[in-house]
Design a protein. Structure first.
Length: 707
């Protein structure tokens, strides 16, 4: 019945037919034909900053696609409203963070009831009246998009740097507010990555500027109250395959400049107590050498993969001579244990590690070297280190959640080992952990690899019949898929869905080798793992062919495109968020901002014929063929600098042209947003409701009656 709902609506409408304007190019001994290349606007860089400059013919096609998708989804309007009401009812609208102590103050974010954006506040540490330092609802008034990436109070607490993107193109402006008067300085620093690190005297801050090709390439120092055109360049990275990031060291001594490529990294230190400081390198980059660092008095603690430590180890080095020749093991490498991240305090060193797929926190006494672990007992769970604004403290803040357990925020006394629950995520509409089951199972991939799959479903779900199932996957860049809580999933789970996370290769869920076995020449493993997970869930009776909704975004959208080409019969529907589906053409276009860095993830098809053929063998756009495809909902963002709007637009146009049947194929482009979709928290829920209504419709649980 469900498919007929979508088909019924689609049959009454004519989908847009993108005009064909054939472009050919020769690469190696091959000729590539692309009839939809024209959808990439010649002025695409200008469109990121000024969306209204999009050429009229492209704008019209995207508008027609949006209108068509709205028409096909129109019978689900009531369901979407119901879902949105449910989703919103799970949010504590006037929620507030646990305050972070910092000097005489404690800082926090909160929302007002009905508000879309955060308020950034502080109150005296010993108690007293709240100060609202920044009101996101007021500041965003009249803007279609408004993303606040950072609030950074100055060291003397007199000023606040706030970073905002009002286009969705991830080009942030940094504005400084005088907290005594509440007024903003007029010297706004534009086109940054949305971070700022204050100098110790609170007179200036460091920031990363995007270059003309939207790369984070330069670190500048801006003196508050001066013209940004006079800002001093401190660090510049000329290699287009490397990106620059900054953060403040935990001890407040340095601005740490991290320069990263896909297979290596390099760090520079800028002293924050020197107004004329220059950057000093920790150790020069080497192919394959990854490291990051934190300062701790007269030494550095460095997490690195040096000397064959594939899953990382921790070394120490003198601050005066931090080069690799002086590195000494502090936490030696141990096979099977991945050190994910860490931080330092005056008396303690903390690391987050993962073994057998489960995380734990390890606290080490900096003086004695004695260690103890913080861990939990659920079958699958998530632990995250929270920010701390102070160095000389015994308190470690971390979060815990699982697929069934809402997020809990703990303050942990590293000296007394006392654990205090500071906050548990409240679900106003109600949530009982014991009503649900979370478990981890394993699927065997084509080459025998054991693929972890984390499940969530109602305890009273009948197991004697296959259930509809949403299978989510990503599998790229070493990103690990956390088995954490998401209140949004329960609208599907409470309607009888099983929700499954596939921890496929390309991530680091089982260590660094899990990543390397899902990139470059091993990239097809990612797709095979996802299909293996789907087939295993079928064989174990959780679901059945045609009852699985596959969902992924960005590089996970590439996964969606690949598996829809490889095994379309397995899936009842595909949801592809900002999908990276035009892989071959994008990797051949070195003028795009992310292409040169991505060659170390996917390969450079212009360099060798072997790489060209390998990427062409799985690139979703290049492998659309005359077969029956399931219903597909593709989502794009006009100002997305990561996966440009034309990728899903081209894919949808080619699918409609070449497929032998099935569908419908829908494209929704957010004309006022980028990679992350809508910016307001309730607007975001509207997009979730649309996706969930589509999923329910694909498997016949929408409740819509057709005459």
């Amino acid at each position: 019945m469900t498919k007929s709902i979508l088909h019924h609506a689609a049959a009454a409408l004519s989908p847009p037919a993108a005009e064909k304007r054939l472009v050919t190019k020769s690469v190696h001994r091959f000729t590539l034909e692309d009839e939809y290349a024209w959808l990439k606007a010649a002025n695409w860089q200008e469109v990121l900053k000024k969306p209204k400059t999009l050429p009229a013919d492209i704008y019209q096609l995207l508008k027609d696609e949006n209108d068509y998708a709205d028409g096909v989804l129109k019978p689900l309007a009531s369901l979407r409203r119901k879902l949105l009401k449910e989703l919103r009812a799970r949010i504590l609208e006037d929620d507030s963070d646990v305050p972070l102590p910092y000097g005489p103050w404690q800082y926090y974010e909160r929302h007002r009831e009905g508000g879309q954006h955060a308020l950034y506040c502080r109150s005296p540490r010993g108690g007293g009246a709240e100060e609202i330092l920044f009101d996101g609802d007021v500041q965003s008034k009249g803007k279609k998009f408004f993303d606040l990436s950072n609030f950074v109070p100055s060291a003397d607490h007199s000023m606040l740097a706030w970073c905002v993107d009002d286009k969705g193109s991830e080009m942030y402006s940094v504005t400084v507010r005088d907290l005594a008067s509440g007024k903003d300085f007029t010297d706004v620093v534009k086109n940054t990555d949305g971070t700022a690190v204050w100098t110790a005297d609170s007179k200036a801050f460091y920031y990363v500027r995007n270059d003309d090709n939207h790369r984070t390439a330069q670190v500048f120092r801006h003196v508050v109250g001066t013209n940004p055109k006079t800002d001093k360049l401190i660090v510049e990275e000329l290699d287009p395959a490397w990106f620059v990031h900054i953060n403040e060291s935990q001890d407040g001594a340095f601005c740490i400049v991290s320069i990263r490529g896909h297979d290596a990294s390099e760090c520079h230190l800028i002293p924050l107590n020197d107004p004329d400081a220059t950057a000093r390198i920790v150790t020069p980059r080497e192919p394959g050498l990854r490291y990051d660092c934190q300062s701790h008095g007269a030494q550095l603690y460095i997490r690195t993969n040096a000397d064959g430590a594939e899953d990382f180890k921790i070394v120490r080095a003198p601050l005066k001579s931090p080069e690799r020749a002086h590195w000494v093991d502090d936490v030696p490498y141990r096979d099977g244990r991945m050190i994910v991240t860490g931080t330092v305090f005056q008396d303690f060193i903390v690391r987050l590690e993962r073994e057998d797929g489960l995380p734990r926190l390890i606290v080490r006494d900096a003086a004695t070297g004695e260690e103890h672990a913080i861990q939990f007992d659920e079958d699958a769970y998530y632990i995250g280190l929270e920010d701390s604004l102070e160095f000389d403290t015994d308190i470690l803040r971390f979060t815990y959640s699982s697929m069934t357990t809402p997020e809990e925020v703990y303050d942990y006394n590293m000296r007394t080992r006392e654990r205090i629950l500071r906050k548990r995520q409240e679900i106003p509409s109600g949530h009982t952990d014991s009503d649900y089951v979370t478990k981890r199972i394993y699927a065997l991939s084509a080459d025998g690899a054991r693929i972890p799959v984390t499940l969530l479903y109602r305890k009273d779900l009948p197991r004697d019949t296959p259930a509809p199932l949403l299978l989510y996957g990503y599998g790229a860049y070493g990103y690990s898929m956390p088995a954490s809580f998401s209140e949004n999933r329960f609208s599907l789970v409470d309607r009888g869905f099983v929700y499954a996370l596939a921890h496929i290769r390309g991530g680091t869920d089982k260590g660094w080798h899990w990543y390397t076995n899902g990139k470059l020449e091993n990239k097809p493993n990612t797709f095979k793992d996802f299909i293996a997970a789907a087939r295993h869930l079928i064989s174990e009776g959780y679901t059945a062919p045609g009852k699985i909704i596959a969902h992924g975004g960005s590089a996970g959208g590439m996964l969606m495109g690949a598996v829809s080409n490889m095994t379309p019969e397995v899936f009842g529907g595909i949801i592809a968020d900002v999908p990276f589906v035009d892989v071959l053409n994008t990797m051949l276009d070195d003028e795009l901002p992310l292409t040169p860095p991505e060659w170390l993830e996917w390969g450079n098809p212009a360099e060798t014929e072997d790489v060209f053929e390998r990427i062409r063998s799985y690139s979703p756009y290049d492998n659309v063929c005359a077969q029956i495809y399931p219903p597909i909902l593709a989502l794009g963002g006009l100002t997305d600098p990561r996966v440009t709007y034309w990728e899903p637009a081209k894919w949808v146009a080619r699918l409609r042209e070449r497929m032998a049947g099935g569908g419908p194929i829908l494209l929704k482009t957010n004309m006022s947003a980028g990679h992350g979709g809508a910016s307001g928290r309730f607007d975001q829920l509207g997009e979730v409701a649309m996706q969930q209504a589509f999923a329910l419709a694909c498997v016949g649980l929408d409740g819509v009656k057709i005459a």
